[in-house]
Design a protein around this ligand. Structure first.
Ligand code: UFG
Length: 332
C-alpha cells in the first residue's frame, strides 16, 4: 500500500460526480469552507473546467479496483456521492443503466468505504423517492413510492445506507433534492446538460432562440393548470452538503433530509419570471402531460433547519432566474 496522503488541519473529502452541475457547486462550497477535496468523475457529463485546481480522478462507478486504489492512497474523512444517472424518463426506458450505475455504483462505493474505514457519507437523493405525494408540503416521513427506476434507485441506496449504518457504523445523510436550479453568482459555473430536460434552462433557451417551449400539460388541479415545483438555488443546495458534513462530524445520526424552500411555482410562473428578468417574450405551446409528472411537489423543510441548521438564502425565484440567465448568456 502506498503511503496515505493527509493534511493535518483539514478534512479530506472524496466527491464522486464532483465535476457535474450540483457536484461542482458543492466542491466550490467545500473549498471555501476549508476542506481538502478529491473528485472522482467519469466526465460523461462533468466539466473539468468547473473544478480548477482540484485533483480529478477519472473513473466510473462501479469500478471496485479504482475505488480501492483511491481509498488506499488517501485517508478520507468522508464521501459526498453525487455520481448518478438522473433522467427520470430515460430510466423508465433503460432501467438496467440506472440499477447498474446508481444502485451497483452506490453499493460498490459503500463497500469500499467500509473496507477503508471511512464512516461518513452525504448521498444525493431526490424528491423522486416520494412519487406522487398524498399531500404537500411533503415531510420526510411520507411514504416512499417512487414512480421510476431513477426514484427506485435512490430509495434503494437510502435503504441500503440504513443497513450499512446498523452493521458497519456508516453514518449518512441522504439529501432529497427538490428542483435544483440557478447558477453560481460568479457566472463561472452553471447548468450545462446535454440533452437539457430541465424547465428553467429550456425556458431561457426559448427566450434566446425564439424556439417555442412545450408546456407539459395545463389541465392539472393547480391554480393555472400547470405543474408546481419547489425550485432550490444550487448554491443553497451546495451549502446543505457542507452543513450535512459538519452535522455528521458532530454526531448526527443517519437520516434523510428534504432540501427545498417550502414554496412552489408553476410552469407559467417560471415563464413570467424569465420574461421579467430577460425583458424578452418566451414563446410556448401547450402540449400534453409528460408521463410520471406529479401535479405539485413542494418540500416540508423543518428537518433541514433542525438537523442541519440550513435555510435557503439564494432561492428567491428572482435570484434563481437571474443567476441562470447570467450563466446562459455569458460570453464564451
Ligand atoms: N416542463 C415543461 N416543459 C419542459 C420541461 C419541463 O412543461 O420542456 C415542466 C415539467 O412537466 C415539470 C416542470 O416543468 O412540471 C419541471 O420539470 P423538470 O424536468 O425541470 O424537473 P422535474 O420536476 O421533472 O424533475 C426534478 C429533477 C429530477 C427529480 C424530480 C423529482 O430534475 O432529478 O424533480 O420528481 F427526479
Amino acid at each position: 500500500m502506498r503511503s496515505r496522503e493527509r493534511r493535518a488541519s483539514t478534512a479530506n473529502v472524496l466527491v464522486t460526480g464532483g465535476a457535474g452541475y450540483i457536484g461542482s457547486h458543492t466542491v466550490k462550497a467545500l473549498l471555501d469552507a476549508g476542506y481538502n477535496v478529491v473528485v472522482l468523475d467519469d466526465l460523461s457529463r462533468g466539466h473539468p473546467e468547473f473544478i480548477p485546481g482540484v485533483r480529478l480522478v477519472i473513473g466510473e462507478l462501479p469500478d471496485e479496483g479504482a475505488l480501492a486504489d483511491l481509498f488506499s492512497e488517501t485517508e478520507f474523512d468522508a464521501v459526498l456521492h453525487f455520481a448518478s444517472e438522473s433522467l427520470v424518463g430515460e430510466s423508465v426506458r433503460n432501467p438496467d443503466k440506472y440499477f447498474r450505475r446508481n444502485v451497483a455504483g452506490g453499493i460498490s462505493l459503500m463497500s469500499a468505504m467500509v473496507k477503508a474505514g471511512v464512516k461518513k457519507i452525504v448521498f444525493s437523493s431526490s424528491a423522486a423517492v416520494y412519487g406522487d405525494p398524498e399531500s404537500v408540503p411533503i415531510p420526510e416521513t411520507a411514504p416512499l413510492r417512487p414512480m421510476s427506476p431513477y426514484g427506485e434507485s435512490k430509495v434503494f441506496v437510502e435503504r441500503a445506507l440504513g443497513w450499512y449504518d446498523k452493521a458497519y457504523g456508516l453514518q449518512s445523510v441522504s439529501l432529497r433534492y427538490f428542483n435544483a436550479a440557478g447558477a453560481d453568482p460568479s457566472g463561472r459555473l452553471g447548468e450545462d446538460h446535454d440533452p437539457e430536460t430541465h424547465l428553467i434552462p429550456l425556458v431561457i433557451r426559448a427566450a434566446l432562440t425564439g424556439e417555442p417551449l412545450t408546456v407539459f400539460g395545463n389541465d392539472y388541479s393547480t391554480p393555472d393548470g400547470t405543474c408546481i415545483r419547489d425550485y432550490i438555488h444550487v448554491s443553497d443546495l451546495a451549502e446543505a452538503h457542507v452543513l450535512a458534513l459538519k452535522a455528521l462530524s458532530e454526531g448526527l445520526e443517519t437520516t434523510a433530509v428534504n432540501i427545498g424552500t417550502g414554496r412552489g411555482f408553476s410552469v407559467m410562473e417560471i415563464i413570467s419570471a424569465v420574461e421579467e428578468v430577460s425583458g424578452k417574450k418566451v414563446p410556448y405551446t401547450m402540449g400534453p402531460r409528460r408521463a410520471g409528472d406529479p401535479a405539485i411537489l413542494v418540500a416540508a423543510c423543518d428537518r433541514a433547519s433542525e438537523a442541519l441548521g440550513w435555510t435557503p438564502k439564494h432561492s428567491s425565484l428572482r435570484e434563481i432566474v437571474e443567476t441562470a440567465w447570467r450563466w446562459h448568456t455569458r460570453a464564451t
